[in-house]
Every structure is written in C-alpha cells, then in structure tokens.
Design a protein around this ligand. Structure first.
Ligand code: COA
Length: 464
C-alpha cells in the first residue's frame, strides 16, 4: 500500500531579526552570517506565542485548505524539542485549541503523542505514522504529523546566530498527492552523545557547535550506509558499478540548523561516496591538492577537531572540492533550492528538514522542472544523537499542491524587530498582552497560570 505526504502547511511567526542588524549589534562581520552561514533573517516568536500555538496554527491551515473535518483525522503527532511540560503532551494542547474551532470533543477519537529526539523526532513520527497507514490501521483516515520548534540560544553565544521559529504540518494518507515513501529502506543510526542538549528547566540548549556539526555528518553517513544495504537487498534501486546511491536521488534534503550546513553535509557525503569510485581520480586532479588525513585517522571527533593542521587543510580541500564542476552540478540540481527558505526563516529544529523539502518543491517547480517520479532522499539528524535516511517519490498529482506554493505569501507580512525589541522578547520581559502583533484568525496565548494548584496551565484563544 502507498503511504506518504499528501499536503503540507507551514506557520512561521511574522516577527524577525535581520542578519545585518544582528551582526552589527554583536560586533560580527555581516558576511559571516550571510555568506558563511547562509542566514539572512531569523523568525522570532511574539510574546503571545509558544510552540503549541505554531503547531495549532499550521494544523488549522491544512485542515481548512483541504476542507477536512476532525472525523477525517485519525492521528495527530507533534514532534518538538521546545516542550514546556514534562508530562502533558504538546498534541493535547493543540487538540484543545483546534476544538475551540471545531467543537468540544471533536477530536476525541484521535490518537497521538509528542515525540522527542532533538531535530530527528519528526522523522521518526513520520515513519511511525506511515507504517500505521501501511498496516491498514487508518481505516481511510489521515494522520497529521506536526514539527514545531522555537530555536532559541543564549544571548551572546555562537548559537545565537542560528535561531528561528516555526511549525510545519504534514498530512499523511494512502493516496498521497505529493510524495510516497519508499518502503523497507528507512535506515537509522544512534549513539549516546552530548553535542547539544537542554537539561530540565533550562530554556536554551547547551551546544558544542563544531562537535555537533561533525557528529551530524558522521551519523548521517552511517545511516546512509545502512540505507544503501537496504536499497540493494529490497531491490528498490540497481546501483551499477561506478555509481553511487546519491546518483539515484534526484533531490537531497538535509537537516538545516542553518542554511549552509546543508552544503557542508552534502559535500561530506558526496566526498565519502565518490572517494570509492573511478571518477575520484579526475576530481583529485581538478582539486590539485591531496586529500588530507588527520594525524590520528582512528581518533575521536575531539582529536580530529583539535588537529588544527588537518582542519585547515581539510577546509581548503573542501572549498576546492565544492568548486569542481562535478560537485557544483550535484549541488545546484539536488540541494540548492532546499536552502532558500532556511535563509529567510532560520533554524526550525525538527521542522528544518521539512521546510527544506517544501522549499525545494516550490523553487524547483518555479524553474519549470517536471517533478513527477523524482526520487527525494532525506538526511535527518537529531543531537544526542540519531540520524535517519529515507526516501520517497514525487507523485503524479504533485502539481495540484506545488503550483500554489508561495513562501512569502504563506508567511504573510513580516515585521523587522529593532534590537531593543529583540532583546525584550529574548529575555521574556513581555507578557502575552504586550504582544507586538495583533494577528487575527490565529490562536494566541492569553496567560500561563502561576498559582501553585494550577501552575503552568495555559489558556489559549482563537483570535477572531
Ligand atoms: N566572512 C565569510 N565567511 C565567514 C566569516 C566572514 N567574515 N567568518 C566566518 N565565516 C565562515 C566560516 O569559514 C564558516 O564556514 P565553513 O563552515 O564553510 O567553514 C562559517 O562562516 C561559520 O563560521 P565558524 O567560525 O565556523 O562559526 P562559529 O564557530 O562561530 O559558529 C556554529 C557556527 C554553527 C557552530 C554555531 O553558530 C552553532 O553552534 N550553532 C548552533 C547549531 C546547532 O544547534 N547545532 C546542533 C543541532 S544540528
């Protein structure tokens, strides 16, 4: 049975901080953000918004767009790493909000949980719900998988340059108009790590950025190795001698904590794959220098990062490699379009990979490319750490959905924050009633109870 993504909707907060303003305030070279990281704007939540609201607003959009009633929905999962309750699942808050519009008890029949594994949990949720459909449990109903996050880092930390916020919802069913997932090839890797984590009670994460970047690439590579084996054993794809699995993916979407991380990760994977192939000889000639090897090739990530000579040479080698026409062709045709939305919005944690997918559909379609039958590969990563590699094929009805995609229109009128406003929001100095925008036809947070008996209870309304 086919199963996959039928439609998608996003909700992005309309407030943003501009990269140039950010760089000026922090005494950084703006080129580092814009060219070095690929960050132009970072979406910031208003004082009356939280990750459940972002998720609920995205769900309402997709239901209204597809004229779905709650009866049509069998499961509602929310994947997030911005959770504000240790026990009550975020999807229960979302259902509470949706029932303000659809009526009390309208989603009573629906199941679902909140899933957590840093940025990869949305991929696990998608996989589980796809299998719920494949197993014949859905009885004609759809699943909603929402990925919603507020990527907020400490003031003055290096992670502060890679913030953002937003939610994306994916409607899954057995007749997907957008993308059918390839069966029996989804592959994972997992390892106990402390690259990025957020201990209880802390609003912002503890991040070892460079370590995390390297771990991300290693874990995705391991998941890709497992994926290759499954692709061969399931006979999904025939990899001829001299070819790599990446040659069989028309598009590659990577997890994007910031836009340029996609470039970095793709270059790493392609290098790893091509190194085994006859074509590598020609590439090395074009690069003109030898591929560097760390002093301790079997060492730890720390020892590699600490090997300054190797890191400098590797940086130079990667730069030259990414300039070769062969790599440029792969980059432009398979990845570049997926990075555009990330530059405009910033880091969405769980939603980053899927915003990239959404971006790739819109901007590839605008190039006039026929997308039907194209295979999309996904490289998902969550700190802590786990990676997942899977794929799907764009369906004949895709145009029905993609022709109407317009990122700017979907975000709506944006408002640039001044530095003072940004600081006030970041330091949680404002109450919900002090919100900067007064958006209509959206859910908003009214208050969070502070009394001992009902501490943490959140009151939301749908703002007509
Ligand atoms: N002009 C142009 N480019 C510049 C530049 C300048 N003036 N200064 C730096 N750059 C480039 C660097 O060369 C680097 O590019 P490269 O990746 O191709 O080498 C890039 O900008 C970033 O600079 P770097 O010095 O590596 O940045 P940093 O160490 O200050 O921090 C992160 C970058 C991404 C590590 C940091 O922002 C972070 O930790 N973010 C959080 C990410 C996260 O949460 N990850 C975990 C989940 S996956």
């Amino acid at each position: 049975m086919a199963a996959g993504i039928d439609d998608i909707a996003i909700y992005i907060p309309r407030l943003y901080i501009d990269a140039a303003d950010f760089a000026k305030a922090r005494g950084l070279d703006p080129v580092k953000l814009q060219k070095g990281l690929g960050v132009s704007q970072m979406a910031i939540v208003d004082a009356n918004q939280d990750p459940a609201i972002l998720a609920a607003n995205a769900c309402l959009k997709i239901m209204q767009k597809n004229k779905l009633s709650p009866e049509d929905i069998g499961r509602l999962y929310v994947s997030t790493e911005s959770s504000f309750d240790e026990s009550k699942a975020m999807n229960s808050f979302v259902i509470g909000m949706l029932e303000q519009v659809y009526g009390q008890g309208a989603f009573e029949h629906c199941g679902g949980v909140e899933t957590k594994f840093a940025c990869v949990s949305g991929s696990y949720a998608l996989y589980d719900n796809t299998n719920w459909i494949r197993a014949g449990e859905a009885e004609g109903k759809h699943a909603l998988v929402v990925v919603s996050d507020i990527a907020k880092y400490d003031m003055g930390s290096s992670g502060e340059m890679t913030q953002g916020a937003g939610a994306m919802v994916m409607l899954l069913n057995d007749k997907p108009r957008l993308l059918a997932f390839d069966p029996r090839v989804t592959s994972t890797s997992i390892k106990d790590e402390y690259d990025f984590y957020r201990p209880f009670g802390k609003e912002t994460p503890i991040v070892h950025g460079q370590y995390s970047n390297m771990l991300y690439m290693i874990q995705v590579r391991k998941a890709l190795e497992a994926y290759k084996k499954k692709v061969i054993s399931s006979k999904l794809i025939n990899i001829e001698p001299g070819e790599t699995i990446l040659d069989h993916m028309d598009y590659i979407n990577m997890h994007l904590p910031y836009s340029n991380m996609g470039k970095k990760a793709l270059a790493y994977l392609v290098r790893h794959e091509w190194r085994q192939l006859p074509r590598w000889k020609k590439i090395l000639q074009e690069i003109g220098i030898e591929e560097p090897i760390p002093k301790d090739p079997r060492g730890t990530i720390e020892s590699v990062l600490g090997d300054e000579e190797f890191m400098a040479k590797d940086h130079e080698f990667t730069k030259l490699f990414t300039k070769t026409p062969e790599y440029q062709e792969v980059y432009e045709s398979k990845l570049a379009s997926s990075l555009i939305a990330s530059s405009m919005i910033g880091n969405l944690y769980t939603a980053s990979l899927y915003l990239g997918f959404r971006s790739s559909l819109e901007f590839e379609y605008q190039k006039g490319i026929k997308l039907e039958g194209k295979r999309v590969g996904f490289g998902s990563y969550g700190s802590g750490s786990s990676a997942m590699v899977f794929s799907g094929v764009i369906q004949p009805e895709y145009e029905e959905i993609v022709k109407n995609m317009n990122l700017e229109a979907e975000i709506g009128d944006r408002r640039k924050l001044t530095w003072e406003e940004y600081e006030e929001l970041h330091e949680n100095k404002l109450s919900p009633e002090d919100s900067m925008l007064h958006s209509k036809k959206e859910f908003i947070l009214v208050d969070v109870n502070k009394e001992t008996e009902s501490k943490g209870e959140r009151r939301y309304i749908y703002n007509e």
